[in-house]
Design a protein around this ligand. Structure first.
Ligand code: PLP
Length: 389
């Protein structure tokens, strides 16, 4: 079959050799964890060798932490001073909401139905501090258009949470339009970008959100234990997190126990000792993404997604993800009547690695995937048509 995209040779086929998993499997599960590359493996080994040889490489760790901050900033077109380095999205968002006051009239947190559990749970936890959570449900076609937010957001809204890409369905929120609605009512906007960052271009100068989070496990090709949070610079002065740690201090070397003096920059949302074991693979993964470039990766995954959706249409499968390129990211979901069985048959009988949420199979596309991967999964699904809705 002819390659359907011009980047096939440039992106997928060239880089694939650096990811050994493709020698024995068709890997389509980057929405759970990115595939391990030789470079990321070498970075982990470098961490272990340094520990073995030198013990605590303190200066080097701090430098790595700052490299990660700079890497995240570059990816988001942001200033490094507006980026906190965190251990997870959960830690980042918990610290962020700890800086918000829910005791007054403006106490509502509006969340989309596509938020990851951690966002919903952190929002509900704020009920203990006076917050009220409002949930925005999708329309019958699965979309959550900005008008749905407009109907719920008002002067009682403190925060609107709209994930960039849904981990359940692959829908992409129109963050800029939602942010316009939220800002008109004086509310802040948080976009959890974990299912987008590294595969979808995110430019904080135009995205509209006030806070953007994500981490390195998935499309950034690193490991668990490292995340980031960008905050609009103009907000920083007024945001004082009560969930904090010594690496958030204005001077970590002062070692003071006599006051709370958070850093002037987004470092005030950092926490304790940097996540050293995760910084090595995290910065190596970030380098790979930066070298290829997110716009090229985005074009590549959208092309692969179009090919996949077209083929799924041909076999009459129910695709949950929108067809329009601007309404999806790297994830395509297809409805199944027995998704647990389907996912395990693909893994065990075909060596095709996917995942599932609700009643949908998740097929995640990334820079190392090629047309053949799409064709292989479609052939395997055609042979299991009885497991598709
Ligand atoms: C959209 C999204 N947000 C957040 C997370 C996880 O966040 P954390 O870093 O807190 O584990 C995931 C996946 O694990 C995710 O898909």
């Amino acid at each position: 079959m002819q390659p359907s995209n011009r980047l096939l040779q440039g992106v997928g086929a060239t880089i694939r050799g650096d990811f050994p998993i493709f020698e024995h499997a068709t890997y389509l599960n980057s929405c759970s964890q990115g595939a391990l590359s030789l470079r990321v493996r070498a970075a982990v080994e470098e961490w272990l060798s340094g520990w073995d040889e030198n013990g605590a490489e303190w200066e080097f760790w701090v430098e790595r932490n700052e490299s990660a901050r700079a890497g995240f900033a570059g990816l988001l077109h942001a200033a490094a001073d507006e980026v906190a380095v965190t251990t997870s999205v959960s830690q980042a968002v918990s610290a962020f909401v700890s800086a918000l006051d829910f005791s007054g009239e403006r106490n509502r947190i509006v969340i989309s139905d596509y938020e990851f559990p951690t966002i919903g749970q952190i929002a509900h936890a704020q009920a203990l501090r006076g917050a009220e959570v409002v949930r925005i449900l999708p329309e019958a076609d699965g979309s959550i258009p900005p008008e749905r937010f407009a109907a719920e957001v008002d002067e009682r809204t403190a925060l609107v949470c709209c994930t960039a890409v849904s981990f359940r369905t692959g829908h992409r929120h129109d963050v800029a339009a939602i942010a316009e609605i939220a800002h008109a009512s004086g509310a802040l906007v948080l976009a959890d970008s974990y299912q987008a960052v590294g595969a979808v271009e995110l430019d904080v100068r135009t995205l509209g959100a006030d806070v953007v989070t994500g981490g390195t496990v998935k499309y950034l090709l690193g490991s668990a234990g490292l995340g980031f949070m960008w905050l609009r610079g103009s907000l920083l002065e007024s945001l004082l997190p009560t969930q904090t740690g010594w690496f958030a201090d204005e001077d970590i070397f002062a070692m003071s126990i006599s006051d709370y003096s958070p850093h002037a920059s987004a470092r005030r949302f950092d926490s304790g000792t940097p996540p050293v074991p995760s910084l090595y693979p995290g910065t190596a993964g970030l380098e790979i993404i930066a070298e290829v470039g997110v716009p090229a990766i985005e074009e590549h995954v959208l092309e692969l997604g179009s090919r996949l959706i077209d083929r799924l249409d041909e076999i009459g499968a129910k695709v949950v993800t929108p067809r329009e390129r601007e309404r999806r990211g790297p994830l395509v979901c297809v409805r199944s009547t027995d998704v647990v069985r389907l996912c395990s048959e693909l893994a065990e009988e075909e060596r095709i690695v996917t995942s599932h949420r609700d009643d949908a199979l998740r097929v995640a596309l990334h820079l190392y995937n090629i047309d053949e991967d799409v064709d292989r999964v479609v052939a395997a699904l055609t042979a299991r048509r009885h497991l598709l809705a």
